[in-house]
Design a protein around this ligand. Structure first.
Ligand code: DAH
Length: 335
């Protein structure tokens, strides 16, 4: 038995569909949900078709009324669907824009920060400690003359330090300084005593590279000239400095020889169970002072040459000098 249906019932169904569909469309939050709604409402097997399927049960003259109403509803729903699609899309775009904001005033992130090289910080620490003892800072050229590097320091022509094995000679009388001691001479030429200075800098020697040798290395020269200075002042100064730098590492003075000091000593600190030489020092030889026109009866003083690499290696527990020169960021980033 086929159920009958009245015009009124069908019209009510269309009204209900209109109200429901409008609410559902308005609630759809994304394009996929809207597409599902469109198929469910307007597709072949959709709800509108379902209502229209019952139209055939109406008397012939009433069908066009329902047909017209259905067509109007169909285009209303299409409009609602496409308006909501636009709204959903532009809401999504607005959301994306706020999330993807680029703050051009924000500080840059992820840019690697540079590090000061441990040899630089070690040199500065040594210099600072001597400044605290009242010393000034002097510098001299890395390209030196034979005179300043050797002769004025009482290093005679036949001294092994002049050997081609040790010194990088340039043309003429020039060479790459083999130590910072020539700064003693240059400074005293320009500045009458009393003087107390340190002179940091690079020095060069024709050494084969190994774990403890590099053809370029760094020294800090120390020079104090005054009236009445003797070996106790040298020892007291060196001990005070070493204690400030290393703390309580054992220290020993060993008698040694340098042409420009008399007496001379080498200073070792005990590190990892071994004695490690960290500087040469001594009382400035009277003949060096005489060469500068200073009266050794009146003026005396002491000098020292510190090996910066040694201080740096002990301070940071570095076992191979080559690490200080190979510019390996994985190494340098630790400092
Ligand atoms: N110039 C020496 C060298 O490079 C080190 C040195 C020793 C410097 C004794 C001094 C000193 O001032 O008094 O081997």
């Amino acid at each position: 038995m086929s159920a009958t249906i009245s015009l009124q019932q069908l019209t009510d169904q269309l009204d209900a569909l209109e109200a429901e569909a409008a609410a559902e469309i308005a609630a759809a939050a994304d394009p996929e949900a809207l597409e599902q709604l469109r198929v469910g409402l307007l597709g072949k097997k959709g709800r509108l078709s379902g209502v229209l399927g019952a139209m055939g049960k109406l008397p012939g003259d009433e069908r066009p009324l329902v047909g017209q109403r259905a067509n109007v509803l169909k285009s209303q729903l299409q409009e609602l669907l496409s308006a909501q699609l636009q709204a959903v899309k532009s809401a999504a775009m607005a959301e994306r824009l706020t999330q993807e904001t680029l703050d051009v005033t924000a500080p840059p992130s992820g840019i690697p920060v540079g590090h000061r090289h441990p040899l630089i910080t070690t040199t500065e620490e040594i210099v600072d400690l001597f400044c605290g003892l009242g010393y000034g800072v002097a510098e001299g050229p890395e390209i030196e003359s034979d005179h300043y590097n050797f002769s004025a320091l009482n290093i005679p022509e036949d001294h092994p330090a002049r050997d081609m094995q040790d010194t990088f000679y340039l043309s003429g009388n020039l060479l790459l300084r083999t130590h910072t001691s020539p700064v003693q001479i240059r400074y005293l030429e320009q500045n009458p005593p009393p003087v107390r200075i340190v002179a940091p800098g690079r020095v060069y020697r024709r050494d084969a590279v190994d774990a403890t040798h590099s053809p370029v290395f760094h020294q800090v020269e120390v020079l104090a000239i005054d009236e009445g200075l003797d070996f106790s002042h040298l020892r007291g100064t060196v001990m005070a400095f070493l204690k400030a730098f290393f703390g309580d590492l054992p220290v020993r003075f060993r008698a040694s020889y340098f042409p420009f000091t008399e007496p001379s000593a080498e200073v070792d600190v005990q590190w990892r169970g071994r004695w490690l030489e960290v500087m040469g020092c001594g009382m400035v030889d009277p003949s060096v002072l005489e060469g500068l026109g200073l009266d050794p009866e009146r003026w005396s003083g002491f000098a020292a040459g510190l090996g910066v690499e040694r201080f740096c290696m002990v301070r940071h527990g570095i076992d191979d000098i080559r690490r200080l020169y190979t510019s390996d960021l994985r190494f340098l980033e630790q400092f």
